[in-house]
Ligand binder design. Structure first.
Ligand code: ZN
Ligand code: ZN
Length: 251
């Protein structure tokens, strides 16, 4: 699988984008900075959008993708929890803020349940509950025996989640630097210190630590986060790098 990072941050500027990963140019994980970074033909070629949770920075471009598909005879196959469906249908695509696409064939929404695997295109997908301030699922995506897991937004306390997955690559949020660790615990986000605890738990449960790529960094804190992640990688002897817009990874 080729994973292309369209957005890898928690805010948008001219140099940072909201969370959106594209697998083999076919399946999107979260829909933050998506349509602004894809030509129309590429948007129409997307087979599915898997959404982790209903926060704005993760669903933002679903409405625009849906409009583009509507105007060009396409269909948007969106996967997410009931909470994601409720947010999109009730708050945005409700006929007031934007068109009621849920009443039209262009929007094909599939509700996912944690720990219930399904197939999308040629991929096996397993949604697994993570610990965020609203209902949230990470996704393990598998093709030809190779897997990666994308957490979406999560705070600490992932032991249960680790019991369900065994990826070669872990794409995990680290929103803030260590001086915000109390904020991270409260608002359910990770810092390098909290990531270290979660990766140590992963090793206790699974016996290894996968290659780690962090996402959802606050751009203003990124330099600090990078220094602290180096210390974590050295301390627990694993491979950690920061994701960025334009990064392409093979898994
Ligand atoms: Zn977010
Ligand atoms: Zn969130």
């Amino acid at each position: 699988m080729k994973i292309r990072f369209l957005g890898a941050h928690n805010t948008e500027t001219n140099t940072s984008g909201l969370m959106c990963l594209l697998i083999d140019e076919r399946v999107a994980l979260d829909a933050g900075s998506m349509t602004s970074r894809m030509p129309l033909a590429a948007q129409l070629a997307i087979k599915a959008v898997l959404v982790t949770h209903p926060h704005y920075d993760h669903i933002r471009d679903v409405p625009m993708l849906t409009m583009n598909c509507f105007l060009n005879g396409g269909k948007v196959h969106t996967y997410g929890s009931q909470a994601v469906k409720d947010a999109l249908s009730g708050q945005i695509l409700n006929g007031k803020i934007y068109s009621n696409f849920f009443a039209r064939p262009v929007m094909d929404f599939h509700i996912v349940e944690p720990n219930t695997p399904f197939s999308v295109d040629k991929y096996q997908v397993l949604p697994v509950n993570v610990n965020h301030s609203v209902p949230a699922n990470g996704y393990q995506v598998t093709l030809d025996g190779r897997s990666f897991f994308y957490t979406g937004d999560t705070g600490p306390g992932l032991e249960k989640c680790w019991g369900h997955i065994s990826p070669e690559l872990l794409i995990i949020e680290v929103t803030a630097s260590n001086r915000f660790t109390d904020f991270g615990r409260d608002s359910k986000h990770l810092t390098p210190q909290l990531l270290k605890e979660e990766l140590s738990a992963f090793r206790d449960i699974r016996g290894y630590i996968p290659k780690v790529v962090t996402v959802h960094m606050n751009p203003s804190l990124e330099d600090e986060i990078a220094i602290e992640l180096k210390e974590v990688a050295a301390a627990i002897k694993c491979n950690i790098s920061l994701g960025y817009e334009g990064l392409e990874l093979e898994c």
